[in-house]
Ligand binder design. Structure first.
Ligand code: 5GP
Ligand code: ZN
Length: 113
């Protein structure tokens, strides 16, 4: 039995409002938004890091990115958006089930140097 919050969202063991669902991924709203809109794209497969993913899982992540980019209205992507995948301690990863942060609806107040 996997003791993982996001696996419990995926399985329905913990109910969560889903913005989107397909066979590979669910998308929910982040409980602690860091932008006007802050969604989480959660692959249904459990793994922590891209470096631990199988080639099939890497391809699946690519398909999830493509799907996210197509959800213009649902995710308010019209004026641009930011995708973030935190990996490990330095990045501040707190849920060890790989997920894609989707930030939209405002100018981002941090830019990489
Ligand atoms: P990480 O820090 O691992 O990149 O991102 C984990 C994200 O999950 C955080 O942005 C946090 O706010 C979000 N989160 C943690 N617990 C819950 C929850 O119970 N519900 C929702 N919707 N988001 C959560
Ligand atoms: Zn999980």
């Amino acid at each position: 039995m996997c003791d993982c919050l996001f696996c419990k969202f995926v399985s329905g063991e913990i109910p969560v409002n889903k913005v989107y669902e397909d066979d590979k991924m669910i998308i929910i709203r982040d409980i602690n938004p860091q932008a006007k809109n802050h969604f989480l794209g959660i692959p249904k497969a459990h793994f922590k890091l891209i470096s631990e993913a199988t080639p099939e899982q890497v391809a699946m992540i690519g398909e999830c990115l493509k799907t996210i980019s197509s959800l213009t209205e649902e995710l308010s992507l019209q004026n641009g958006y930011r995708l973030v995948i935190n990996q490990g301690d330095d990045a501040g990863q707190t849920v060890f089930h790989l997920h894609i942060h989707i930030l939209s609806g405002q100018k981002m107040n941090w830019q990489p140097a």
